[in-house]
Ligand binder design. Sequence first.
Ligand code: SAM
Length: 244
Amino acid sequence: MKVLCADLFCGAGGTSNGLVEAASELGIEVDLVAINHWPTAIATHTANHPWARHICARVEEIRPCEVVPRGRLHLLVASPECTFHSIARGGRPIEDQKRVPAWGVIQWAQELYIDNIIIENVPEFIRWGPLGANGKPLKSKVGETYQAFVQALRSLGYRVEERVLCCADYGDATTRKRLFIVATRKGAPTWPLPSHSRQKTASSQASMFPKNPEADCDGHEENQWFGHRAVSRHVLWHEQDAFD
Ligand SMILES: C[S@@+](CC[C@H](N)C(=O)[O-])C[C@H]1O[C@@H](n2cnc3c(N)ncnc32)[C@H](O)[C@@H]1O
């Protein structure tokens, strides 16, 4: 069984790691196309995943149907640039062009038939809205662009849900929180239970494994892939009957 996947904004390959490990746990082989415009990222991703197909280009400059001539993907994962959404910027002006590439996900969803989409970003992505002439977010319109983005996915036939997950709850060496948006064509998205959390939530019956002892160290994308793995695994597990 082989799943056809794309990783837009693939960076060094942390997201792809999560996806590939999740598939491997389920006995599924991955056919992956990985895209990034930065040659260093592509070189690093190639070193990590030499078997994948790599494209060094801006997502918005690519025609998805040329990259995927059969027009079908089982799973698309995307972690668009988060710098200009993050509160870590401390209110400095935002370059709106840097937030545009996220719309590339919509273009892919429109041009191809994609069964499932997982988008990951900082939790503040949800506050994505238009900027004023001073380059600062318009307070009265906070979140409106995000809502339009989600609505665009819904208009293309997806059920869409978002959750902020703590990476350490899935075994990552960081307590960073990440927003995951899951869009599915069949049924409503569902979510993996925490595997490493001590926290009992109404929806969680997870057994209480200890948190990763290194969980409080500062995390980069490469040590957040267990979060990606958990979400990818959950989506793949629900869909595996469709992969033939
Ligand atoms: C948040 S990082 C993704 C990290 C990646 N998921 C990983 O696990 O390593 C965003 C990446 O998007 C790339 N990027 C930014 N704008 C882009 C664009 N327009 N087209 C393609 N890649 C872009 C950046 O170079 C960066 O590597």
